[in-house]
Design a protein around this ligand. Structure first.
Ligand code: GLC
Ligand code: GLC
Length: 817
């Protein structure tokens, strides 16, 4: 069943009912101010950090789902309704929600009134704008009252939902019922809690007209025992002009509107973040300096200014998404590659894993491994920001090459609560940096001095960071010469060194007293793949001796995997702290895991020995389902202290035999390595949201973005997705489809064109901007072979890489395969 459709021309997903299986959201903002926006107008906004500087309040885990947002109420005689249906849930007609790139348009009609709420965060400013367009489509005059409503968060979102003894007495606001800003009369509400402590920020909620009334106390607006579904003020068609003092400050304006038949009016509502110039803050004592707010309001206080901001935003995205454009018969493929997958990659750049409808914005900061992998998906879009991101991440590395597992986006300091010990982390830095070097050719980044543990006195060139990353694994091997896993590797839940922790203690405690000996075949695969890339970097840097040493370590690891990491039909997952096998046919549950199959084959391990094919066959036979490939089988039926969190989930969920989407593209890429063209694409399609649109009642999350997990076959809700948006799946699926299946990928020497296309794709063209040139690539898939030569600007060249030449700006490339 579908709940909407793709509008490819406008790059929008159009939702046609407010009652989607789960809230289907969008992200507004691409710099410092962000707003989450659901299809019913739910969500919240924050400045830079979803935990510390949250402007509006949201209640997770609520019933009804998704209650609290930036709402507009319309009172039309006795009818009270919202263009987005929530929170009144008054039935509406002609409902649509168009989620576009950085903006959302919610529109519906009721009793001859058509109302449209268009929301965006403008480029260059720290605010959300909501334009209301309201039209009388009937034959008689309408007398309406329109209300805005937002509930302020007292900034620190964690404190906001637990320290009530204090919070109920700190709230403060200021109101300007009518002010002239530039040429326009406006009304403004300022939320200034925390200002008394001489913090330098406040929030402003304003409207582009002089309102007829306002409220800032939630109790007044909603009523003590009232509900946002039917606020008391709206019901009574009035405003109380309340001034919040403690309790819950809110922002609401009332505008009384008369509309002649056919008449339309427009208003702009603003929710903005303002900071005072530093020199003023010590003298303020709770009296805010409104200059920064005035400057903001003046920029957006007319519908025309709003429209200009929307046009600028659309231009921004059109330009950004012009680096990789595919055209072929399969429209689902095109819309994912050209629009939604890249859009999601940008959202992971902005959010990492902090704020979604499943991530509260108060927990996880920037993950070391997560952010390095996210880079793979956006490095071609924003190479300059990617460069800075790499330097930020590297600065949280320790001198021995290990790393803080997470760091805080505001301070960019490592998070010492979580600390280090995830032994895959260091190698991801090589992965992210290699991707940047290939994309840009900018080897100067390797000379940048970067701190260790954020201590600049210990700064060393980035190249030294990569060296220590590689050496960390080289020097942390276990009894089978495989890498030690530490607290966990990519699979956070495989905690193999915790068998001696006391009963009742968390599975995440560190290991046995004799020293952790558990080993990871997955990290071995990473070491071979990224060790080879590191050797290539050494080669280009002219470090021949180091290159040779690295290649010889990589060879040793390759052998160690064949000796101790092969189980007969597939790659073993690990050895636990007592050197027992994990992910082996000898185990009772958890006999085969997806991660080493995908990663070892991606690294080329076992290809010439025929093992890679076997491993892929086993994946297909044992792990594959109609909804994607499960992470392991059989699911753990009971808890295993020696394995940790993986066995804490009920069968079929998350890391215990869920379809953990992140590593499905590893299998797709692995299939291209062994040249199984149709399987590679089939694996891609199974978890690709656009292909799941028709089963939205089962899949339930947004059909335009990937989710972290789909319930596996052991779960009651097989096929149901969870945790949409903030997942490494975005970067990895974009990598698998764009670089390996469609086959256009950056390499150190130039642009490699190596498609591995399914029979169903006959012809395609790809436009790729790479470094400072444009590549127009035409591929015809008649012979179903791999590329051995290319026609570039009329001349044939052998091999599959177009060498980079700084003087050529346009490359026309033709490929017959
Ligand atoms: C989550 C984490 C990621 C981890 C994965 C598997 O997606 O963000 O770091 O690799 O789970 O446990
Ligand atoms: C839990 C989740 C895993 C996630 C981790 C992040 O272990 O199962 O997916 O990566 O938490 O802290």
């Amino acid at each position: 069943m579908q709940f909407g459709f793709f509008d490819d021309i406008n790059k929008e997903y159009v939702i046609t009912t407010p009652e989607t299986p789960l809230p289907w959201i969008n992200y507004l903002g691409c710099e410092n101010f962000f707003s989450l926006k659901s299809n019913t107008g739910g969500g919240y906004c924050f400045y830079k950090d979803a935990k510390l500087l949250r402007l509006t309040r949201y209640r997770y885990n609520n019933s009804p789902l998704d209650n609290n947002g930036h709402y507009i109420y319309i009172k039309d005689e006795d009818t009270i309704w919202n263009p987005g249906w929530q929170p009144s849930q008054t039935p509406v007609e002609d409902y649509t929600c168009r989620h576009g790139l950085g903006y959302t348009v919610i529109s519906s009609s009721k009793n001859d009134i058509k109302a449209t709420q268009t929301a965006l965060v403008p480029i260059g400013d720290n605010c959300e704008l909501d334009k209301l367009t309201i039209k009388n489509t009937g034959n008689s005059v309408k007398h309406l009252s329109v209300y805005s409503y937002i509930e302020f968060c007292l900034w620190n979102a964690v404190d906001d939902c637990n320290n009530f003894q204090r919070n109920f007495s700190t709230g403060e606001v200021e109101v300007q019922p009518e002010i002239n800003i530039g040429t326009a009369a406006m009304s403004a509400i300022y939320h200034k809690t925390e200002y008394r402590e001489r913090r330098n920020h406040y929030a402003v909620h304003a409207v582009s007209t002089a309102a007829n009334g306002f409220d800032t106390s939630r109790e007044s607006f909603i009523g003590t025992y009232g509900s946002p579904a039917m606020p008391k003020a709206v019901k009574e068609g009035t405003s109380y002009n309340s001034i919040a003092s403690g309790w819950s400050p809110v922002g609401s304006f009332r505008i009384d509107i008369d509309l002649e038949p056919g008449e339309e009016k427009e208003y702009v509502f603003i929710i903005g973040y303002a900071e005072n110039p530093d020199d003023k803050k010590w003298e303020s004592f709770g009296i805010i300096n409104k200059e920064p707010a005035y400057a903001l309001l003046e920029k957006y206080n007319t519908p025309a200014k709003f429209d200009t901001a929307l046009a600028a935003l659309k231009d921004y995205w059109t330009h950004l998404l012009s680096s990789y454009i595919v055209d072929t018969e399969d429209k689902k493929l095109c819309r994912m590659v050209n629009i939604w997958n890249q859009y999601q990659c940008m959202v992971t750049f902005n959010m990492s894993r902090s704020a979604s409808y499943y991530e509260s914005g108060t927990g996880r900061g920037m993950g070391f491994r997560d952010s390095c992998q996210d880079l793979l998906g956006f490095v071609h879009l924003i190479p300059d920001s990617a460069r800075q991101r790499i330097l930020d991440i590297a600065a949280t590395q320790f001198e021995d090459g290990s790393a803080y597992h997470q760091y805080q986006p505001l301070t960019k300091k490592g998070n010492s609560d979580i600390g280090s010990g995830f032994n895959d982390d260091p190698l991801w830095l090589i992965a992210g940096t290699a991707a940047y070097l290939k994309e840009t050719g900018d080897f100067s980044i390797l000379d940048e001095k970067v701190a260790f543990d954020c201590d600049t006195s210990k700064a060393q060139p980035l190249m030294e960071h990569l060296r220590r990353s590689f050496n960390y694994t080289t020097t942390h091997l276990g009894p089978h010469k495989l890498p030690l896993i530490g607290r966990a590797d990519w699979n956070d839940c495989l905690n193999l060194n915790c068998f001696s922790s006391a009963p009742g203690e968390s599975f995440q405690t560190t290991g046995p007293s004799e020293g952790p000996v558990a080993e990871s075949v997955f990290i071995a695969g990473m070491y071979v793949k990224y060790g080879n890339e590191y050797a290539d970097i050494c080669h280009i840097a002219g470090l021949t001796e180091e290159e040779n040493a690295v290649r010889s370590h990589v060879d040793d690891m390759y052998k160690a995997v064949l000796d101790a990491g092969w189980d007969g039909e597939w790659f073993l997952r690990a050895y636990d702290a007592e050197s027992r096998k994990v992910g082996s046919h000898e185990c009772e549950d958890g006999q085969i895991y997806i991660e080493p199959q995908g990663f070892c084959v991606m690294a080329g391990i076992g290809v010439k020995e025929g093992l890679a094919q076997k491993a892929m066959d086993s994946v297909e036979k044992i792990l594959d389902t109609k909804y994607g490939i499960m992470i392991l089988q059989p699911a753990y039926r009971s808890y295993h202290l020696e394995l940790g969190e993986v066995s804490s989930y009920p069968p079929g969920y998350k890391e215990n035999a869920g379809i953990f989407c992140h590593n499905n593209p590893w299998v797709s890429i692995a299939e291209t390595v062994i040249d199984d063209k149709n399987r590679a694409f089939e694996t891609y399609k199974k978890i690709c949201p656009a292909y799941l649109e028709e089963i939205s009642e089962i899949h339930r999350t947004e059909p335009y973005v990937y989710s972290q997990m789909i319930a596996g076959k052991d779960a009651a809700s097989f096929g149901e997705a969870k945790n949409s948006w903030l997942t490494g799946t975005a970067a990895w699926t974009f990598t698998s489809i764009s670089q390996y299946i469609l086959g256009v990928r950056a390499s150190f020497e130039g642009l490699t064109i190596d498609p591995c296309l399914p029979d169903s794709i006959k012809n395609l063209t790809i436009t790729r901007k790479f470094r400072d040139a444009v590549y127009n690539i035409t591929i015809s898939n008649e012979k179903h072979e791999r590329v051995s030569s290319l026609i570039v600007n009329g001349s044939e060249i052998s091999g599959n890489t177009v060498p980079y030449n700084k003087d050529t700006k346009v490359y026309n490339v033709t490929v017959n395969i």
